[in-house]
Design a protein around this ligand. Structure first.
Ligand code: DON
Length: 568
């Protein structure tokens, strides 16, 4: 096993910091669980987690901490942390009587885009692929509704990290070296901002300073969030898009709104599960799958029994067919209300055959098939009063569109690639062309981001979520079942090998450790007709918090980059 893990715990000024460097880490090996009662941040980047905990220690609540962490990650995790992208923040207030809310700050299609705009487009990067960014409006909305500390105080730590720099972890150093070399000609500003100043290769521990980004963040600290949408930053952004013949205008920026939505809610064996509503498919898919699986005695079968994996796969296949058929921006398409009902799940469950994989074609015969896309980051926060935040946000691909706004130092997303670019073209490779997610001006592209909070009797039990594009709802399903059905400890639940099926391609993907350990299970699944593929990469990165018997435990998933869990 080519495992590199450094579970050493170091106590720093009352902060417990656990760091794990990953690259090829074996998901079967347990990450470090960190306990703490007075608030916790679990995220991909140690300096960003420290920012969050400092906010908690300074009297901020979980939303204050989440806001500061999101801004810090835009500096220290440029792969996916962002101010030029979008996402979803699920907030459970400390007061059990107050409803949870999901802030949808998903990007929108610029007004100039139409259903046919991308029909002949092949480039997955560049200025045309940029959706109107939502992150700053989303953080602004969360902060205005729930925050306690002044906005400026939450932005300044990110300014410092950008101005003074922070040490690169191995994964980011490697990624930047590769990207700068490959894309310097097509994306010169990317190369200028992310190349090592002496033009040698970045090494682990080298300090990355981002002066343009520091200046942008300073403007946001001084003038407030509107600056991004109507101030100097907006001007720089629109100039950049114009230079690249892209679509975003001032009006698009000025008109952008984050939306506070009711989370999707389901129940599973007495637990309440809250997750992201449309325009994410995450919550709907997760609740559909849980409802289906609740009708089977999985615990009796066991976690890696072929029957359990078969049923999980069949639930995934059916939920993802619903996703393709129905889901999109709820402000543009009517989302049927039955998808998350127990009755719908019972109907779907009745179509599952115990010893045969259902061909994906059969579960959605109404969708015509033609003959014949990863980075995001999730973090979880809880404060001493029990307010919890699950936040997933993204630039879409790692480093988004690769377009850095000249003079402003931040990356723009390539989220437009999440729309169905070729209406009518749904194929066996996983391309979807159904009407619900076709481009329209101002419309939000369908997402899979699934920040999720589980409660029991109004109290937070689990905070989780993950990156991984279309695999996200399935990663969250794996973690939820591990905790709620199989009663695993959080470190084991996060480490356990994951599986993924997305309707099309009609393939069951499993993390390779499962192949080694559960060869007999996988053989049985193949005999039942599943096309099983062991993947060498990892599925997701689920930074999670569990509250069980009054004990709060944070676990930073070690599947990607450096990870950290911090508790006071
Ligand atoms: O919102 C979505 O579904 C995607 N744009 C997320 C992309 C992603 O997770 C890439 N990740 N690792």
């Amino acid at each position: 096993m080519n495992l590199r893990i450094f579970p050493a715990m170091s106590a720093v000024c009352g902060i417990v910091l656990s760091t794990a460097a990953v690259s090829g880490a074996d998901p079967l090996l347990r990450p470090t669980a960190v306990a703490g009662q007075r608030g916790m941040v679990v995220c991909v980047s140690p300096p960003a987690a420290e920012v969050g905990v400092a906010v908690l220690r300074g009297g901020g609540n979980a939303v204050d901490a989440a806001t500061a962490v999101a801004l810090a990650l835009a500096v220290t995790f440029p792969e996916a942390g962002n101010i030029g992208g979008g996402g979803f923040m699920l907030i459970k207030p400390a007061d059990a009587a107050r409803e949870s809310v999901c802030i949808d700050y998903r990007e929108t299609a610029p007004a100039a885009c139409r259903a046919e705009t991308f029909v002949h487009e092949t480039a997955q990067f560049g200025p045309k692929t940029v959706g109107v960014p939502g992150t700053i409006r989303g953080l602004d909305s969360a902060h205005k509704q729930f925050g306690k500390l002044p906005w400026r105080e939450l932005v300044l730590p990110a300014v410092t990290l950008a101005r003074d720099g922070f040490p690169l972890d191995a994964g980011t150093a490697r990624a930047l070296n590769g990207l700068v070399e490959k894309h310097a000609a097509a994306f010169p500003e990317f190369a200028r901002v992310y190349r090592k100043p002496d033009v040698t290769a970045w090494q682990t521990g080298d300090i990355l300073r981002q002066p343009d980004l520091a200046a942008t963040l300073q403007r946001l600290a001084d003038a407030g969030p509107d600056e991004f949408y109507a101030g100097r930053t907006a001007e720089l952004l629109v100039d950049e898009i114009r230079r690249g013949d892209g679509f975003i205008s001032f009006n698009d920026l000025r008109g952008y709104r984050a939306v506070s939505r009711k989370p999707v809610h389901g129940t599973y064996r007495g637990y309440d599960v809250y997750s992201s509503p449309p325009p994410s498919s995450g919550g709907t898919a997760i609740v559909t799958m849980l409802n289906i699986l609740e009708t089977f005695p999985l615990q009796e079968y066991g976690r890696y029994d072929p029957r359990t994996l078969h049923l999980m796969t069949e639930a995934m296949r059916r939920a993802y067919a619903d996703r393709a058929r129905y889901l999109g921006d709820p402000d543009f398409v009517e989302i049927p209300s039955h998808l998350t009902t127990k009755e719908h799940a019972r109907r779907l469950a009745a179509t599952i055959v115990a010893d045969r994989a259902t061909p994906s074609r059969e579960v959605a015969l109404d969708i015509p098939l033609a003959d014949e896309g990863e980075s995001t980051t999730h973090f979880s926060v809880i404060d001493a009063d029990g307010m919890a935040v699950a936040n997933t946000y993204t630039l879409q691909n790692s480093y988004g569109s690769l377009v850095v706004v000249r003079g402003a130092g931040f990356l723009l997303n390539n989220e437009m690639t999440d729309f169905n670019w070729r209406p009518g073209v749904t194929d066996r490779m996983g391309r979807i062309g159904t009407p619900a997610n076709v481009v329209a001006p101002g419309k939000r592209m369908l997402s899979s981001q699934s920040p999720t909070i589980v409660t029991r009797d109004g109290r937070t039990v689990l905070v989780t979520g993950s990156p991984g594009g279309r695999t996200i709802p399935n990663t969250v399903l794996n973690v939820l079942l591990n905790v709620l059905e199989f009663e695993m400890e959080l470190d084991a639940a996060v480490a356990a090998p994951r599986s993924h099926h997305a309707w099309f391609p009609d393939v069951l993907r499993v993390e390779s450790a499962a192949e080694d350990r559960d060869a007999a299970t996988l053989t049985q699944l193949r005999n039942w007709g599943h096309q099983v593929e062991a993947i060498s990469g990892r599925q997701g990165d689920a930074h999670s918090i569990l509250v069980r018997k009054g004990r709060v435990t944070g676990v930073a998933d070690v599947r990607r980059a450096a990870a950290t869990a911090v508790a006071e």
